[in-house]
Design a binder for this molecule. Structure first.
Ligand SMILES: NC(=O)c1ccc[n+]([C@@H]2O[C@H](COP(=O)([O-])OP(=O)(O)OC[C@H]3O[C@@H](n4cnc5c(N)ncnc54)[C@H](O)[C@@H]3O)[C@@H](O)[C@H]2O)c1
Length: 359
């Protein structure tokens, strides 16, 4: 097994998820360098999270030029995902880019093209697809036990306030608002569970003291399969990351033969209907006899740890569960972009988008 030498662009909040993942995989990889926009600001944090052997650069150019680095992880503001990915690809490095892939499908296409031209891989860090509890939910859906899927409800709740000089506050840098930034977790999961959307409609709420883009957004989508989905993001509420808050993420899947759900910190559950549930549908209101059964994932690991483990196997040419290539995740950005078009034109939008007309 060859040890993969890594460079990382960015040492902000998401390094908290990557540093334990990299430590767990220290037999498979070695972090050689990190690039940031201010060495003074990030030096102590980088040494604390990754050790003192890591070289730190201001700007990514010199790091990309190093011939001993095989692959780069891009943990940057969204407006820098495309230029950093193109720079890494042109330097012959494989790329793992954090979600969201980029601010729009035009940028995503440039990233895919650059990686293809330079014969390097492009994987997107949509970590929820590697989260053991969401993988269990997908297994239940794929098993067919729930019957024909009729409805998905996906929610994302947080209390997000950034200072006005932060890149997250600025719509141009974030690629919009909460929908592009984080409802893309839910859009990506929905596409993973059920395939592509046929059409969608979207509305949103903006509170400029919080951020330029929307802090609340709701999408209603018709899937190509015929299922309906509602997806909402609320960055004006407390999640269960705060004491006494409600849930952070919720997924409810409803099929003709059963239902399943995931709720943050509660886990993944499913139940299969029997005659007692069917009687309920007839308004007879008897007690349902079926109960939700908790699914305990075999693997108890953080999503980014699974992502890094699988990505390193993939780079090494071993069998892996990598399922988020750029060529797939571009369609998550496409759905978020379609949501903005729907909101701004007050119309339903059909997918896929006509890229020619967007240019
Ligand atoms: N999967 C998740 O749940 C999750 C959670 C948080 C963040 N993220 C994603 O991680 C990425 C980074 O977010 P964050 O919260 O860590 O951001 P952050 O603002 O905390 O950190 C950004 C980092 O980028 C560096 N940077 C900025 N401009 C640069 C430049 N020109 N050259 C070199 N470095 C530069 C900064 O030095 C900083 O270290 C984003 O894509 C975000 O969406 C994902």
């Amino acid at each position: 097994m060859k040890k993969i030498n890594l460079g990382i662009c960015g040492a902000g909040s998401i390094l908290d998820a990557y540093s334990p993942a990299l430590k767990k995989n220290s037999d498979r990889c070695c972090v050689k360098a990190v690039s940031v926009d201010s060495v003074k600001t990030y030096k102590d944090r980088i040494y604390e999270k990754l050790g003192r052997d890591v070289e730190i650069y201001e700007g990514w150019e010199k790091m990309m030029a190093r011939t001993d680095i095989d692959a780069v992880i891009i943990n940057l503001p969204h407006d820098l995902h495309m230029p950093a990915t193109v720079a890494a690809a042109n330097a012959g490095k494989h790329v793992l880019c954090e979600k969201v892939m980029a601010r729009n499908i035009q940028e995503c296409s440039s990233m895919i093209e650059a990686c293809k031209k330079n014969k390097v891989s492009l994987i997107i860090g949509h970590d929820r697809r590697y989260f053991p509890e969401w993988k269990e939910l997908k297994k239940i859906i794929d098993s067919g036990k729930l019957g024909r899927i009729l409805f998905y409800k996906l929610e994302h709740n947080q209390n997000v306030i950034f200072p006005k000089d932060s890149w997250v506050y600025k719509s141009e840098r974030l690629g919009g608002g909460a929908i592009m930034s984080c409802l893309t977790h839910q859009i990506d999961a929905l596409r993973w569970f059920e395939g592509e959307m046929d059409s969608l409609a979207c509305m949103s709420v903006t509170e400029p003291e919080r951020m330029e883009g929307e802090c609340i957004g709701a999408i209603i989508a018709k899937m190509k399969s015929g299922a309906l989905a509602t997806l909402s993001i609320n960055w004006y509420t407390t999640s269960n990351r705060t004491r006494n808050g409600l849930w952070y993420e919720l997924i409810h899947v409803c099929g003709t033969d059963g239902e399943a759900y995931f709720m943050s910190d509660k886990g993944t559950y499913y139940k299969i209907h029997d005659e007692s549930d069917k009687a309920l549908f007839e308004y007879a209101l008897p007690e349902t006899k079926t109960e939700f059964i908790k699914i305990e994932p075999k693997l108890n690991a953080a999503s980014h740890t699974v992502l890094i483990t699988e990505w390193l196997k993939y780079l090494n040419g071993e069998e892996s569960d990598i399922c988020t290539p750029g060529t797939d995740c571009i369609h998550t950005v496409e759905a978020a972009q379609a949501a903005y078009i729907s909101r701004d034109t007050c119309k339903f939008v059909k997918l896929p988008l006509d890229i020619g007309r967007l240019q």
